[in-house]
Design a protein. Sequence first.
Length: 727
Amino acid sequence: MNPPYLAVDAASAPPGKSSIPCLVCRSRKVRCDKTLPECRNCERLGVKCPRYNVDTQTISRSEINKSAEDIFKAAGVEKRRVGSCEECQHTATQSTTPYETSYAVPRGQGIGWDQRLYTETLPDDRTLRTELVETFFDRSHSLRCLGFLHRETFLHSLERESVVQDYGQPLLYAIHLHFDSIAAGHPVAAESQGVPGALWAERARREVLMDVASPSVNHIMAMVLLCDYGVRSDQNSMVFILVAFLYRVIRLHGLDSFNVHETLQDYEAARQREVETRLVWACYFIDLFTATGVEKNACWHGEPTLPLPILDRTHVTHYVQARHTLKSIDANGVHAALNDLDLSGILVLVVRLRRTTLRLIRTHAQDLDTPIWDPASPFLQNIQRLDEIYQNLPPRYQLTDAIIPILRERRILGGVFLLHFMLHAVASDLTRISLPGFNFPLAPIFNSATSHFRSHCQERCRHHARQTTNLVRQGLSIGRGAFDDIYAADAALEAAKIQIIYAATVNQSPEVIQETRDNLTNVLYFYDLFHKGKSGTSQYIRTVMPLCFLFGFRDVAEPYRRRGYADDNEAEVVGSADIDHLSRFAPFRRARSELKASSVQSPVSSSSRHTHPSPARQDSMTLPPLMVPPTTVPDTAQSQRRNTQMLPVLRPAYSSFVPPDPVAVDQNYYPVQPIHSQMMSMVSDTMEGQPTMDDYIRTAGDMAGYLTWDHMEIPASLNYANFFPTG
């Protein structure tokens, strides 16, 4: 059966053809190829084909032209009349070049999108507004548990023009802020105009705060979308404040509690309860993600007792059936629940593990009840829980060649990539403290661990860092949709740092060096690619570059240094203790930087200015006392073998997660070649003149003193050509 918008008459139309032309071709008075589902003329023009609606056959010529003008305007393309320009007609000569007021603007070069994203009110163009809303559902709905809005219900309300009555005006404005994919490739308006959509966001915030004494559930939805917009537009201070607002409103409405005896037979009541439940999990996710493991920055100190979101195509859950909660999963194991949970439910499990991991590595060794090598320790329990999710992840959420087209069709490709980025990042975040330079409070405990256990953790850490860069490589071969969530950039940065430190301080074999070099090349290309069209230089590239120069990967970073990326000379493995070891890309640290910058630009009083002098070099005597391993497990070869048998599998085979083959995205930019024996000899030759592994270990250790503090720069006296002068 053909969709209602297609007009196909088997008697008059060839197979795969429509029997009527599309509206755009009719307005231009050209022959339409009538190809299904959209005509190729519209594709060549760079406009969205309205397809073949039989209702358009009866409308007037003026209505046809008006509708076509709207379509061209929405695409940012100027509608050109057929034939020669007027000047050529008057001179009776053949047209050579388009007249300046009569030419088709190539797609991505128009003036349409940018100006309308800077207005104070939503654009009148209904086509544009519909596309903005559909962009949210196509690109952002599956990210960070934002699935509390039901697509079909909202679009139906939009079609009936009852959105304001059904959802409120703040939510209407907030949902139009997800235009990243539409604006991509289009010229950005002058910087003086500010952030695109900022006026819409400001209006939505203002209207919510006008009713701050009696906020509604619709206000919570709007604020969640504003938080997501704030993260993407780098307004982290606003997000940090709004998260606290969300928590208070949820507590005020009592949405975070669940009555197990509640039965909702009414369809509308059940739908609303499911919306509220998903909304709470979205707020929980945002809070944990923003806090980055620093407990004093979090609002949620407990856990919601609500059931986790499960697969339900109708967005209505009958509460008489059994539901999974965090408590029941802890008691019964995660494997029994994964098949029932939808993507947002699994993301909640992973973000909770992320919080536990980031809190654990900020714990001092003497505050632990059990050493980290004990099977009952939180350290190994976290690894075991991650393994359970890996090994039992439903096939529908795996990134295989057969599944990826289905994920794209279901509009959850970006969400599934986010899930995989988070899974690998959590594992590497936990085990990176086994490497030199990642001087979190728990890191000194590895001085008391067996060498075999430390080696296992280092291998595990590098394994997941490599998988993260493999995800980047795989995503580049798929397209921008794989990186809809900006967390991909943060995860890739941490993976690059881990691989650099590992290759310099743990294993300097030619194979490891060459693979690290290839992965760094891919990551820098990724950052460079997605920074195109933006002002300034990529902060991610500026962060990776000094580490490349410090630890023997100068050849990878040198092309970017020549392009002016090395002006800052910043180098950092982890943040300093006074900012809870947060990296400069953590939301809270970004928020503080924004606040400092705004205070300097428009100071209110002298108290609003804060200075943070660089601390002195941390003395090794100030480190917390090391935890002494049990005397029953001495550090001998025999005890190491016995201790290994007690450990969970630190690096499972992941039989269902075969790492994808390296994909060369564009060989003109960075050829990724296999490692041949000749190349291995070249790598060995270049390593002869490099500093020793001990030099690199000392350098990584010194980063706890002068490279981990806020905005600390490499001393200007340091020579890029020789970081380790003799004498």
